[in-house]
Design a protein. Structure first.
Length: 99
């Protein structure tokens, strides 16, 4: 999602395969946009869930976003990225939106 700054570890999927990540995100966004009116909450699992959560939250404004990952790097990247956006109008409550 253009214009969403985030921290990304050097070995993250987005970093090593950005064209595939772009294509995958377009599909995820289309799916989430279709379901947004029925779903006030977004739950994400896996690597890059912080980036996806931020990008989808910016565009679709969920009431709550939750992420779950097995990867410590992903969790650290997500936490740092979320803190970068604390106080923005599209991330109400800053990192508290991502509980």
């Amino acid at each position: 999602c253009p214009g969403v700054p985030f921290r990304l570890s050097h070995d993250a999927f987005s970093e090593v395969n950005s064209s595939a990540e772009d294509a995958m995100f377009k599909h995820v966004f289309k799916w989430a946009a279709k379901l947004r009116s029925e779903c006030p909450r977004l739950a994400l699992m896996g690597r890059n869930s912080g980036f996806y959560g931020l990008a989808l939250q910016r565009e679709l404004k969920f009431d709550e976003v939750r992420g779950c990952t097995h990867c410590p790097q992903t969790a650290a990247d997500a936490e740092a990225s979320i803190e970068m956006h604390a106080g923005t109008d599209w991330l109400p409550g800053g990192s508290e939106t991502f509980k």
